[in-house]
Write a protein that binds this ligand. Sequence first.
Ligand SMILES: Nc1ncnc2c1ncn2[C@@H]1O[C@H](COP(=O)(O)OP(=O)(O)OP(=O)(O)O)[C@@H](O)[C@H]1O
Ligand SMILES: [Mg+2]
Length: 313
Amino acid sequence: MNVLEVKDLKKYYKVKTTFGKSALVKALDGVSFSATEKKTLGIVGESGCGKSTLAKALMRLEVPTSGDLSLAGRGVENFERSEYQSKIQMIFQDPYSSINPRKKAWQIIAEPLMINTELSKAECKARACEMMNTVGLRPELANRYPHMFSGGQRQRIGIARALIQKPEIVICDEPVSALDVSIQAQVLNLLMKLQDEMGLTYLFISHDLSVVKHISDEIMVMYLGKIVEYGSREEVFLNPKHPYTKALIKASPSLDQGLGKHVPLEGELPSPINPPSGCAFHKRCPVATDRCSTEVPTLEMKHGRMISCLEVE
Ligand SMILES: Nc1ncnc2c1ncn2[C@@H]1O[C@H](COP(=O)(O)OP(=O)(O)OP(=O)(O)O)[C@@H](O)[C@H]1O
Ligand SMILES: [Mg+2]
């Protein structure tokens, strides 16, 4: 079942250019997908392609320019904020900047309950301690402040806070990128265990393709605010068809086996203020032809996945 459905989502930011003129940044430019219950949808793409903007729009932290969002078939505009927040939650990249340093661990974890429910303070604290246990933190540490925890433990506080209301969907925006490599695997294993136990649906955003490959059932590859390839993990990562997906995989040191040598991705991501004509990837694309500079590809089903490329038949 689709727990989350996104249709033609756009988010344009108005910005001032160097000469004081106003311009539009098309951070999201017509994104459509759905997330399947209890599965993980991995979202990848270079810095600036719109991943966090998508996360913020889904969390309703940003108002989209246009498009439809629905949870289990119900349009998000029909939800009260508190009800919506009880269903969809987010885990942030930097556990330190996303939590209040002046609050005790249990207060940070219990805050959504205090805001969105009528539960007593004692009940909120009891539930926070229970949740600390679930995420592998000793409840005796409930009265400690964030600076007294390690980076990995702080991320566990962030996870406990996101899960305290037992949401259905959790958006993880680079949840392990700020952690030491040795800690990353522990936190990923915890996230997978919690998914199993609580029946969570994840949207998992990461730069690190090896992490996404490990954790995802489906993968969505974004380029300049658009989806370029989207399908099962097997199709997209083991049999990539889009030149951009291939380039990303080749550029990822731990994933390039079988596809040749580690080759850094050439060229820079173009400015989203003035994206290239035709296919936005054509200037960096090894297989682009003349028509790629004029014709805009559409996302279509080809070879068992959705793909937006004129050169893939
Ligand atoms: N509040 C804003 N005002 C103007 N432009 C913005 C704003 N937020 C994001 N952008 C622009 O939108 C585009 C997408 O940004 P976003 O943060 O979603 O990228 P990202 O894929 O999350 O990148 P990263 O991997 O670095 O986190 C970028 O060009 C960014 O500069
Ligand atoms: Mg981001």
